[in-house]
Design a protein around this ligand. Structure first.
Ligand SMILES: *Cc1c(COP(=O)(O)O)cnc(C)c1O
Length: 404
């Protein structure tokens, strides 16, 4: 049945794919040694570097999702029996642990709650106690998409440096790359991974893994079975070998165009846009929360992610009903809760190809679902969010505002 107008896709992945990216994919396949393809692959490898803040090292692309990126990273720098430390952040630190353990890696989880940033002094203390340097890596999730809490990679680096610990710092930036600063060089991240369907605005199915020079050296010394994931076999070249087989051509066309969009908008503008939109969501949820039925999971405003907001609901409220009502009746897709808050939260994604009126539409969709279900919520959330965004727009582009 025809459903008029457009719906809103506000899950934290997959995210909206820009028209220009869709059009870039809408074409015939080409010969796998065509120079046009090789040029596009080269542009993808090169274009990801500034977004990752990578100097030296290498970028690898896989036909895989974020789970594939997890395994690719592990397979190249860790061997069975190696010990890694994992700050507990939520469902995504748990998922990465599951992948590592399936690869024979021994994971020591450093426990923490899901409502605040991981206190890196706990990591520093554990590393300082590791006099024999048994710990081979720290695996940190930048923003855990299940909680909407962002963790501090620079503080994790400081924890390693405080005791001159040689372990690798590995960062899951699936939810953050292309939405906020990721700075492999500045933060000295050894391995950073992401996926195509979040801030990179592509279809799901492309994994990004980047390694600095130190990680490449560790890779060369890590003896274990691997083939499809192997960095040495892939090199950072344009062709068949760099994908361990046929290049996923249409993914490359998509990523190539998405990187053009990112370059046109510029990273500072992208980060400012995500920041403003996320704050508008927080303003709206806090207004709804005045009736004491809803609250933002991330307790400290400064630790709230720019790309996703997890919203806890009071006992007796079914978050999946809010979700299905918003989707079916009001054409607004939001995501369900995950992990510990599986049955007591839902999540609004606000990353990627998103602007102010789009997020206002999505917030309206959620609010209509709350009203329809008779869930008490504070009034004025949409006005508050719109006022916030109007001000943020004037700040972001004073020249535009003055010209009117
Ligand atoms: C989405 C996500 C993943 C998993 O990505 P998939 O493409 O679903 O496998 C991993 N880590 C984080 C932080 C994510 O947000």
């Amino acid at each position: 049945m025809y459903r008029p107008g457009r719906g809103f896709l506000n899950a934290p992945g997959p995210t909206n794919i820009p028209e220009r990216v869709i059009r870039a994919m809408s074409r015939q396949a080409i010969d796998l040694v065509d120079e046009e393809l090789e040029d596009a692959v080269r542009r993808c490898f090169a274009g990801l570097r500034p977004i990752l803040g990578l100097e030296g090292g290498a970028v690898y692309l896989y036909s895989a999702n974020g789970h594939g990126a997890w395994e690719a990273a592990i397979a190249n720098v860790l061997a069975p029996g190696d010990l890694v430390l994992v700050p507990q952040t939520g469902q995504f630190s748990a998922g990465w642990v599951e992948t590592a353990e399936a690869n024979g890696v021994v994971c020591e989880i450093l426990p923490h709650d899901i409502r605040t940033s991981f206190p890196m002094d706990k990591l520093a203390a554990r590393l300082a106690a590791d006099k024999g340097h048994k710990v081979k890596a720290v695996m940190l999730v930048h923003t855990d998409t299940s909680t909407g809490v962002t963790h501090d990679p620079l503080a994790a680096r400081a924890a390693l440096d405080a005791c001159n610990h040689p372990a690798l710092l590995m960062l899951d930036a699936v939810a953050t790359l292309g939405t906020t600063k990721v700075d492999m060089k500045g933060w000295n991240i050894d391995v950073c991974l992401s996926a195509s369907q979040k801030g990179l605005m592509g279809p799901p199915g492309m994994a990004v893994v980047a390694a600095n020079d130190k990680a490449l050296e560790v890779h060369r010394q890590t003896k274990r079975d691997r083939l499809y994931w192997d960095w040495t076999l892939r090199g950072e070249g344009p062709g068949y070998r760099s994908f361990c087989g046929t290049v996923p051509e249409h993914h490359i066309f998509a990523l190539d165009e998405a990187l053009n969009l990112i370059a046109e908008e510029t990273l500072p503008a992208i980060f400012a846009r995500h920041h403003a939109i996320s704050r508008a969501v927080h303003v709206a949820v806090e207004t709804w929360g005045k009736a004491d039925q809803l609250e933002i999971n991330a307790l400290n405003p400064a630790e709230r992610a720019v790309g996703v907001t997890a919203i806890r609901v009071a006992a007796g409220i079914d978050p999946d009903l809010i979700r299905s009502t918003a989707r079916r009746m009001f054409r607004t897709s939001v995501a369900g809760g995950l992990g510990d808050i599986r049955h007591s939260a839902f999540r609004i994604g606000h990353l990627g190809d998103m602007n102010a009126p789009m997020i206002l539409g999505a917030l309206a969709g959620v609010q209509m679902a709350l009203s329809h279900l008779g869930i008490p919520h504070g009034k004025g959330a949409l006005d508050a969010a719109a006022d916030y965004l109007a001000e943020a727009a004037a700040e972001a582009s004073p020249a535009l505002a003055a010209a009117q």
